[in-house]
Design a protein around this ligand. Structure first.
Ligand code: AMP
Ligand code: ZN
Ligand code: FE
Ligand code: FE
Length: 283
């Protein structure tokens, strides 16, 4: 079994169609992947059809943008009811705010003579995709201004950049409760990925655990040894399970499918905890 519980398609800021992410996972010998696009379940249907065709298992999921006192926290939600009204409303709110935030970022960049327009950004995103900074990065690559997404982030788009603008995101503890209300299983993504921006304290994670958090994404490339050890000890102390995943974004990032994986016993726990009626797609 090779289980990768965190991947992105062009339903958000990945570079590949959902069906291509699934096909590539099958090609690499993975048995199971979760599709976890930012703030959308829009890729689920295509990924489901592809999983059935390719003979691999698909865990429908989403990576919800949340925050604690302005610190961004990514919350993975597995097997969640995609039609739960409050959850849908929160994701719609975040997506709408991402659109206006993008207009503001583009205006700030353009004012300093950086060659980007909203049209150029939208040209990099599939219709209806959740807009994110990677789409601006792609527009800057297309304009020949930078070579890669990474270069755009390092120079212009990182969290402390003057061009960075925040978007709406629900409070993380409320979001944990909301995912449970929607029958899903909440897992905190890359809890200590601190090289890109601020991360929350253990105390906040304790509050998330009290609200129903299921697990921590311990094995992730943005966690080095000490961060993994800390996350693992915290998960143990709080009775949370530990997942591992690639956070694959296609050609937009170096992350490779299956570079970190999740224990089958942990996936079994996720399935046991889910109450939405949404199941893992299996042949
Ligand atoms: P946003 O959703 O607009 O806040 O942008 C965050 C997204 O940008 C995350 O999904 C990251 O995967 C992606 N990202 C962050 N840093 C980098 C980087 N250096 N290179 C490529 N993608 C990145
Ligand atoms: Zn992303
Ligand atoms: Fe994330
Ligand atoms: Fe992600």
């Amino acid at each position: 079994m090779a289980i990768d519980l965190h991947t992105h398609s062009n339903a958000s800021d990945g570079t590949h169609d959902p069906a291509d992410v699934v096909a590539e996972a099958a090609h690499h010998g993975l048995t199971t992947i979760a599709l976890t696009d930012h703030d959308t379940t829009g890729g689920w249907d295509e990924a489901t059809a592809a999983a059935l065709e390719r003979g691999i298992d698909l865990v429908p999921g989403v990576e919800i943008s949340t925050q604690h006192n302005g610190i961004s926290v990514h919350l993975l939600a597995y097997l969640v009811d995609p039609a739960h009204p409050d959850l849908v409303a929160e994701m719609e709110h975040a997506r709408a705010s991402r659109d206006t935030r993008m207009e503001r970022m583009v205006a700030l960049l353009a004012k300093d003579g950086i060659p980007v327009t909203m049209e150029a950004v939208l040209a990099q995103a599939k219709d209806g995709a959740t807009l994110g900074r990677p789409h601006v990065a792609d527009a800057l690559v297309a304009a020949g201004y930078v070579r890669t997404r990474g270069e755009a982030f390092d120079n212009l788009l990182h969290d402390r950049s003057p061009y960075y603008v925040r978007h709406y995101a629900p409070d993380v503890v409320k979001a944990v409760r909301l995912v449970r209300d929607a029958g899903g299983v909440p897992v905190m993504a890359h809890p200590f990925a601190n090289r890109r921006g601020r991360t929350v304290t253990d105390h906040v994670i304790e509050q998330m655990a009290e609200a129903g958090l299921g697990g921590l994404e311990v094995y992730h490339r943005d966690h080095l040894g000490p961060e993994r050890a800390h996350a693992l000890a915290l998960a143990d102390r709080l009775g949370l399970f530990a997942t591992g995943s690639s956070d694959y974004h296609g050609t937009g990032k170096e992350n490779r499918l299956g570079e970190n994986t999740t224990d089958p016993a942990v996936l079994a726990q996720i399935e046991e905890q889910a109450t939405s009626g949404v199941a893992v797609v299996r042949r």
